[in-house]
Design a binder for this molecule. Structure first.
Ligand code: ADP
Ligand code: MG
Length: 701
């Protein structure tokens, strides 16, 4: 339900141009208006409407928010004689000659016209698109946009073109900065531009300010922003318009997030789950190490959250190996001591199994039942516990810890009186899955953990409804990791170095991006390189690990590497999670440019687990000076947050979002990677709006 509400709110907001003032019901003083269909515009019949629908345009409001893909300054044009190689430019001229040439027995063709602007001539060509011929004739006045790829003669292949027609409409298309839109078949720039122009003339005056009274003075009104988006008077108008509309999107997101949270607090009271230390004390005493200061600080925050009052909603971030599991263990104990059950959900069976072994070792000596529930394995006691009716007071079972995969969500799995839900590696789950697990209890506390450092701006949008705690320190006694970036020409030296480390009795990971050779790009594949590597490193034994091996084979190889029977593990990035071999101090990653920085950082987290110094060597592919520079960031820092920020800048938010899992609606104007200040601002604005909404209590939801 939460996810749906979230989406709905957003759509309502974006449709707000015609649907009343606010998405917040409490602030909606006008009755919501229906969107105006595009067919109400002159020149749009059913056929045009279905073409526009292909662009996602259904209502006039959609048309207003159809974002130009670029702008063209048609107040002055470049002279053909002055065109420079490979530089995009717009010129205007007359067609002085045109024609089609066919070759390869008519199977192939090139259509060409020659444009003259009085300073020179420009050849425009289209390969194998013979129908282009029908759009042009001799004497046409044409605008051409593209990059000249040859100067003798000056030639552009496949330029964008627009034929200038005579008539009054030219004031729309000439002598101004004009928008160039994404198009679909049958729709021309000129037609769509006119449509937007006339729609603005007729309807723009009715665009209401979505948050009246809250609009900051320094941003244009939504009405101004929409006008500027399409027909900017000055070149920076378009950017101002984009920023305003992006702000609207972020405010909508923040409103959804904040109101969801507010509703939760209004409805739910958190269970008192701080425990009485009866298991915590012996647990910490037998742990074999003291918690780091960072772990202790975080645990204090969590204990406060779990005291009761409001249900905890907290994200625990901590780099790989920072010790999140122990902290989760302590939280689990607090809830268990207080008489509540605890569920821990992990993204893979391997990870769930690992947690199961680990927690059994920790909790069973204390007499706490630990159960496992994955797709392929359910422990016996769990089966019987599904027969328990949780509400029957006299048969209250002993509080237990249940660990599993998303199988935990299933209807038939009964978890008892849930006090706490823990989710490991949150980024692998969707918001919806999280909510479904939560709903198996009555507003249990929630702790989600992630090793993927999330840049602050993304965190505000992705996890805006969670408080964030950070373990910003690794346990002492870990050796440092040195990272080097090298070109492939240095490989012989690198292998000599690896051999010297192996001779000292250390172990190494070698990572290639592919399992099998799939032909493209010369990327290294583990299966193909295995025997070559074995020869290269003889007599050291090399094991092979990748995702397509059967489970037992994987386990056998991992066990052999753990015991030292294998000195080297040749693997795909599969080893990103789960391997913990302190004696492995070397990691060599080839074709490192194929990976995101954050992923490389996770991979690197496999070494540096023991006390000895470790070495990570990144080999950038041939001819990729640029990626060498990018990889250099890893050599400069081991700070996961800095790396994540850099990754976000360089590669965009895709790596963090994980498909549509995040529950985020697509943003038309907002840019999660670069709009940090706007997102911050939206958060403050949304909070003010929420507060203002409380002053209209008569219209509450
Ligand atoms: P992650 O945060 O990646 O989940 P883990 O919780 O798996 O990290 O911890 C990594 C390793 O560090 C484990 O072997 C764990 O027992 C150990 N560890 C955790 N906390 C400490 C600590 N305070 N001192 C020493 N070792 C610790
Ligand atoms: Mg972990």
């Amino acid at each position: 339900m939460h996810r749906e509400t979230f989406k709905l709110n957003f759509e309502v907001r974006i449709g707000c141009l015609y649907r009343g003032a606010m998405s917040l019901p409490a602030l909606q003083r006008e009755p919501a208006r229906k969107p105006i269909p595009l067919t109400e515009l002159r020149g749009v019949g059913p056929e045009r409407a279905s073409q526009l629908a292909r662009l996602g345009l259904h209502a006039v409001a959609d048309l207003f928010l159809h974002r130009p893909r670029r702008y063209e300054d048609r107040r002055r044009f470049r002279e053909i004689a002055a065109l420079a190689l490979d530089e995009p430019a717009t010129v205007r001229g007359q067609i002085v000659a045109l024609g089609i040439k066919r070759y390869a027995r008519g199977a192939k063709s090139v259509f060409e016209f020659i444009l003259d602007d009085g300073t020179g001539r420009l050849h425009c060509r289209w390969w194998n698109l013979p129908y282009m011929e029908q759009y042009f004739k001799q004497g046409d006045d044409v605008l051409v946009y593209g990059k000249v790829h040859s100067l003798r003669p000056r030639t552009i292949d496949h330029p964008e073109t627009e034929v200038i027609e005579t008539g009054s409409e030219n004031s729309i298309h000439l002598n101004r900065i004009v928008p160039v839109y994404p198009l679909t078949e049958g729709v021309t720039q000129r037609w769509l531009r006119s449509l937007v122009w006339h729609a603005l003339a007729e309807y723009a005056a009715h665009i209401p300010e979505p948050w009246p009274g809250q609009k900051p003075a320094d941003v244009p009104s939504q009405q101004e922003a929409v006008r500027m988006l399409h027909f900017p008077a000055e070149s920076d108008d378009a950017a101002k318009a984009r920023a305003r509309l992006a702000l609207d999107e972020f405010v909508a997101l923040q409103l959804a997030i904040q109101s969801r949270r507010k509703k939760l607090y209004a409805k739910a009271k958190g269970w008192p789950c701080t425990g009485d230390n009866r298991w915590m004390k012996p647990f910490l005493a037998k742990l074999g190490f003291a918690l780091t200061e960072a772990q202790t600080k975080v645990l204090r925050e969590l204990r406060k959250d779990m005291a009761g009052g409001q249900p905890m909603r907290r994200l625990l971030q901590g780099d790989v190996g920072s010790g999140k599991t122990v902290v989760a263990g302590c939280c689990a104990l607090m809830a268990l001591e207080s008489g509540f059950a605890v569920a821990l959900m992990a993204p893979t069976e391997i990870l769930a199994e690992q947690h199961y072994q680990n927690f059994r070792r920790w909790f069973e000596p204390l007499g706490i039942p630990v159960e496992l529930c994955t797709g392929s394995r359910k422990t016996a006691s769990l089966r019987s516990s599904t027969l328990n009716v949780p509400s029957s007071k006299e048969a209250t079972p002993a509080p237990k810890l249940v660990i599993g995969t998303h199988a935990l969500i299933e209807e038939s799995v009964s978890l008892g009186q849930l006090g706490l839900v823990i989710i490991d590696e949150q980024h692998k789950f969707g918001v919806a899955q999280r909510e479904r697990l939560l709903r198996k209890g009555h507003y249990p506390h929630l702790l989600v953990m992630t090793a993927t450092p999330i840049p602050r701006t993304l965190g505000l949008t992705l996890y805006g409804d969670l408080d964030i705690s950070v373990i910003d320190e690794l346990p002492a006694g870990r050796g440092s990791i040195k990272t080097f970036v090298r070109g492939p020409e240095k490989l012989p030296k690198v292998w000599a170095f690896v051999r010297s480390k192996l001779a000292e009795g250390h172990q190494a990971y070698v990572v290639y991006p592919r399992v099998e050779d799939s032909g493209s790009g010369g990327l290294k594949a583990v299966t193909r390189e295995w025997s070559a590597l074995q020869k290269q490193l003889d007599p050291c034994k090399v094991g092979l690990l990748h995702g397509r091996l059967p489970a037992e084979e994987k386990e056998r190889v991992m066990a052999a590497f753990r015991d030292g029977g294998l000195a080297v593990l040749l693997a795909t990035p599969l080893i990103e999670v789960g391997m913990d071999v302190p004696n492995a101090t070397v990691m060599l990653i080839e074709n490192a440019e194929q990976f995101g920085l954050a992923q490389l950082h996770q991979l690197r987290g496999r070494i540096g687990r023991g006390a000895k110094e470790s070495f990570c060597i990144l080999i950038a592919g041939p001819k990729s000076k640029e990626s060498e520079k990018r990889l250099q960031i890893l050599a400069e820092t081991t700070d996961g947050f800095k790396i994540a920020e850099a990754d976000l800048q360089l590669r965009g938010p895709g790596d963090f979002l994980g498909q549509q899992q995040s529950g985020l609606p697509p943003l038309r104007f907002g840019d999660l990677a670069n709009d940090g200040p706007l997102i911050e601002r939206a958060r403050v604005l949304a909070a003010a709006m929420m507060e203002a909404a409380e002053t209209y209590p008569d219209q509450g939801a």
